[in-house]
Design a protein around this ligand. Structure first.
Ligand SMILES: CC1=C(/C=C/C(C)=C/C=C/C(C)=C/C=O)C(C)(C)CCC1
Ligand SMILES: [Fe+2]
Length: 348
């Protein structure tokens, strides 16, 4: 255990840490940075099919697969073998928790959609704490309160800044979520008004300043704090400038999922041994092998959901909407697993 409370596996040597930064953080900075600069420079908003490319790609590229190792991840993080009984327990968690949430989409689609945004806020925020704590000096964010503050900010950026900057697109995507279940966004029209957006911008702005200032006050200008400031500013710009379907799709795979994949690599002996030898492809191949069967399984869940929805969509945006509802159902149990990993590693 380190001073930060973070418990690394013994295999997470500093060499592996540097390679994890190169594997997971550099690509995310490049993707987010290049898109932010391009749209700041006045690139035209691309047609919808182009904006959908990252979301469609996330079916096989990091997005969907990042959760498909949950049956192994928790045991590995705890340093225990992922026995068949353990895998069945994780399967049961998915069936019960995911199943209940799937039913909720049919019964109360608008509430389920709002809950999905809040769930993603929490989960994407949670996902950004591990890399900050584990891959730098371990001195920021320090302690539960600071970590919760940082997570609240990180999750808020992808879920609220698009609402501030692109309310029409935001409402449209929420419409894709609920249309297959025969609902519309009329009941939550107030969310997209100028007053609400101003309040959200002010609230998330204040939260960002508070989290970074409190981090500086408590921990000083450590490497992790400097990275946190830079990432927070870049993500603000990214979500303010880049059309949200493109931005959220790119963020999902290149930022959230890739960071989780790095974490999975660090707890897997085969993958981290490959990384230690400088074999990044080998590490990713080990992840891909572990993730392949249940990525295919998740696709079956998505197909079942599309088939059972009262108004199965036939357009690409409509299908992407159902895909994201499927992701919602899979994310709730995934959050339970990741929270377990967080606890094993002393994050919370
Ligand atoms: C696409 C999109 C949206 C929502 C995306 C969500 C909620 C994605 C969740 C993904 C998860 C939870 C992945 C698993 O880690 C918004 C913000 C409504 C509007 C802008 C475009
Ligand atoms: Fe995740």
């Amino acid at each position: 255990m380190t001073e930060s409370g973070y418990r690394a596996r013994s295999s997470t040597s500093s060499g592996v840490r540097d390679r994890l930064v190169a594997l997971a953080l550099l690509p995310s900075w490049v993707v987010v940075g290049v898109l932010a600069v391009a749209f700041a420079a006045g690139v035209d908003r691309p047609p919808l099919v182009v904006q959908l490319v990252p979301l469609v790609a996330s079916v096989v590229l990091f997005g969907l697969p990042h959760g498909a190792v949950d049956h192994l991840a928790l045991a590995r993080t705890g340093g225990r073998p992922a026995t068949r009984a353990h895998q069945l327990r994780v399967g049961a968690l998915y069936a019960v928790v995911g199943g209940a949430y799937a039913v909720a989409w049919f019964v109360a689609p608008v509430a389920a959609a709002v809950a999905f945004v809040i769930l993603t806020w929490a989960h994407w925020g949670q996902g950004d704490i591990y890399p900050l704590v584990a891959l730098f000096d371990g001195r920021h964010p320090h302690g539960r309160v600071q970590r919760a503050l940082t997570a609240a900010v990180r999750g808020a950026l992808p879920m609220t800044i698009p609402l501030v900057a692109f309310p029409g697109q935001y409402e449209r995507v929420l419409g894709w979520f609920v249309a297959p279940f025969g609902a519309s966004t009329d009941a939550i029209g107030w969310l997209f008004t100028a007053d609400t957006r101003l309040a959200v911008a002010a609230g998330v702005g204040a939260l960002s300043v508070l989290a970074l200032a409190n981090g500086y006050r408590a921990d000083g200008a450590t490497t992790a704090w400097v990275v946190d400031v830079a990432e927070t500013l870049v993500l603000w710009a990214f979500f303010l400038l880049v059309p949200p379907i493109l931005a959220v799709g790119a963020y999902f795979s290149a930022w959230h999922a890739l960071r989780h994949v790095a974490r999975l690599v660090a707890v897997d002996d085969t993958a981290s041994a490959a990384l230690e030898r400088g074999n990044t492809t080998g590490a990713l191949a080990a992840f891909a092998r572990d993730a392949a069967p249940l990525t295919a399984g998740a696709l079956l869940v998505l197909a079942a959901l599309a088939a059972l929805a009262p108004a199965t969509p036939t357009t690409l945006p409509g299908l992407v909407g159902v895909y994201l509802v499927g992701i919602a159902v899979l994310t709730l149990p995934h959050v339970v697993v990741v929270t377990g990993m967080d606890r094993y590693q002393g994050i919370w």
